[in-house]
Design a binder for this molecule. Sequence first.
Ligand SMILES: *[C@@H]1O[C@H](CO)[C@@H](O)[C@H](O)[C@H]1NC(C)=O
Length: 975
Amino acid sequence: MACFRTRPAGWFSIILFISLFTLFCHPAGSVKHKDFKTCEQSGFCTRNRRLADSVTAQGDPYLSPYHIDPRTLKVTNGQLEAIVTKTTLTKETFTFPLLISFLDSGVARVTLNEDKRQRGQIDLRHGSTARKERYNGAAAWALTGDGLKTNANIKVATDEQGFSKVAYGPDNRYEATIRHNPFGIEFRKDGQKRVKLNDRGFLNMEHWRPKIEKPQVEGQDAQAPLTSLEEDEGTWWDETFNGNTDSKPRGPESMAMDITLFGYEHVYGLAEHASPLSLKQTRGGEGSYDQPYRMFNSDVFEYDLDSPMTLYGSIPFMQAHQKGCTTGIFWLNGAETWVDVTKSKSTANSLTMGLGGHVDTQTHWMSESGLLDVFVMMASEPADLSRLYGELTGYSQLPQSFAIGYHQSRWNYVSDEDVKDVDRKFDKHDIPYDVIWLDLEWTNGKRWFQWDEHSFPDPISMNKQLDESHRKLVILTDPHIKSEGGYNIDDELKSQNLAVKNKNGNDYDGWCWPGSSHWIDSFSPAARTWWKSLFPYDKFKGTMSNVWLWNDMNEPSVFGGPDMTMPRDNLHHDKWEHRDLHNIYGLTFHNATYHALLERKKGEILRPFVLTRSFYAGSQRLGAMWTGDNLAEWSHLQASIPMTLNQGVSGFPFAGADVGGFFGNPSKELQTRWYQAGAFYPFFRAHAHIDTRRREPYLLGEPYTPIMAQAIKLRYQLLPAWYTAFHEASVDGSPIVRAQYYVHPSDEKGFAVDDQFYVGSTGLLVKPVTAEGSTNVDIYLAPDGENYYDYFDYTIHAGVGKTVQIDAPLEKIPLLMQGGHIIPRKDRPRRSSGLMKWDPYTLIVVLGKDGKAKGSLYVDDGETFDFQQGAFIHRQFVFEPEDGLRSVDLAARKGPKTADYLKVMKDVRVERIIVVNAPGSWEGQQSVRVVEEGAKSGSTNAPLSWHAGGDGKAAWAVIRDPRVGIGRDWRIVFS
Ligand SMILES: *[C@@H]1O[C@H](CO)[C@@H](O)[C@H](O)[C@H]1NC(C)=O
């Protein structure tokens, strides 16, 4: 949450409160644009766009002043090294060490550093004590190392014309052509040109230079016009925005490069923006944005929709997709980054591709500081890219199973009695939920780790009541610490020297919820160790094992700070400037909390749950995110879908928006529709601003309450399918909810579709209703030759590459099942997911056109890390006309805990199988034969009932109580 609200004491605070109130609170519906920079207000963005314009005007990318000195080329162990030299207009030269790593996976990594900075041979202005190197710490935070092995078998050939060709990757099917002068790299796979770095000549490594003071000419305001050899220094030095001056002790140090993606009309990714899934153009052209996509983690509440404006988190990863191939660009940099996207119809340049009439996407990446460190990934399908990106940055956390249930939150449940009451009311109205949340008002005056003793006198009894139905509590804790002598947390932060420093090296003091605050420097190992020490149950009174965390405001948000954050010349651990790592800060705090929760009690090892608002590449390893402070408006419900899908494309799929909308009061219809959509967000949480009316689903009355309860129960019914999707994401990086292009990568008509999506690999296709008064939706079905069946009544819709209209009165969620899938469910919704642990399963077998179907199920204890030692069940269900339905073990990897886990699960069975599109030949058949591994009797029978379809609906059959174990091999024979 971000709208300022507090109860300050004393006249000074009141004045401050009033002035801050006017600063931060304003009518719902508009972001304060003037608080956030545009490209024109950002020196380096302006310089790089200007450079791009002047290069384009000259019309010759070959004037790029960067070249490789061929004598410096060296190849060792899958890496190519060289020195890139830049020659300026005044014939000065600057050198940049280049390292290209060819990874085993087929990914190429290109890193460019600055020689002088690497050696520390620069002077800092204003007496700064900041580091002199370009920031090289992003990799340690974002990368896991698993995918970084280089391939020693690359083949390198350098020719007389000044090109080095490298064959690399699996079977050497990848080729990089490195042009020496000007420097540029073209990437091909299987002979097809995909990507070119510095294609348009926008490469720009701003070398360090001293500031040369020019004498001011008396009485002359305007500067003398620049000579042709002079550069415009206007934005090089100290830069002021909104009354804050950035001292920029290293002067201009941005780095930028253009990257062309050949033949790609659609690019995705670059989370987080409230923008369509297929990214829009940002320069020129009708309907394009006039700003680049900006990535600078910021507390942008009441944000604009359909905008390239920055939001709370940044993942500088882009996927480009066309039929038959997919390419990824990962720009590993923690500083502010802007990306221009333009598209051009193919010109003579790419005629060599031999294909006519396609579109290239041209991108221009600009970062304020740091290394140029870019990964190029070439693959066939989006799923390959998810895997490659996950090998680099890690896969998403497999959360505890409660985390994928329904979360009930608001700012704020006012007391422990209030929480207990809400908890009882959910039960009274027979609505399941797993987690109730406390926003910042649980604290004693915004002092983390201290309960407000007046409102929460007995948190343990509250937690215990929740625990009786296996429910959890999540409480908010932010990285800003109230600056106050006598507050033990702040005293420790200061005395142990663990706070972020200002440019002078003193503890940085800024304004946030508690008023004057300090910020934990979670880049520092010592600070993380200290943070860990605050969470053990005997230290953090009022918490127990069902209490989990929410990290908010970790962009970090600073009220009244430049861009609502801290000054860029602040200093972190190891003397890195804040500008260098701003976008990573949120991840480091999230990481600190995650690790603290691992060690609350000796011997108790539960998977931590931590929700974060700010994030970076790699945050997926640590928990969930949500899309921040949205509005209770239909347009925000719409926007939440592409935003959630884009999180999946960007490798951080555990995502959702505040259900109901944070600011404002939703109409009952909007709230109901939002629950229906939210039941299909990977992270399903209702949340609301403190000034909104209470809106727990049981308060709305008929017909809304039962409809919302139905939506929540549908979520609980499908939890086995959701958990399986979360498992898949945790091992191969696939999105939990998947866009049309992702599931149908050959169907060009679906590439820009972003208002409907699939749940994991279940074949469940949902199209939430996001328009007021709407009672039907148009849903696009790919031309896959399959039928899609209505989830609720089995109405048949054919997948022929067209939209079909389906009815969606208020009580209905448009939800289809693609033929060919088997969906695991639990059909006995209870009060919480924990209470469903031992419940039997229902399998929905949706036969495809060929009479076959397939699906999988992943199950583990949903709490601990025992799954890493084999304590899990992973099954594939296969239906084939000849063989019937089989359960096959997919658990390739057994571990020391496998056998015990199977024993624990031995009584968990399948209680029902529903076959949709059941063959007519089953009519009249009374039973099926069931063969189970290890069963004493050879086989048993289970009753079958077949139901004719008709009236546009598919025939279906039910097998009751086949009594087969969920963890065992079995077969059901239908003839
Ligand atoms: C996250 O924090 C833990 C605990 O301090 C530390 O061991 C780990 O290295 C950190 N993660 C990264 C990526 O640095």
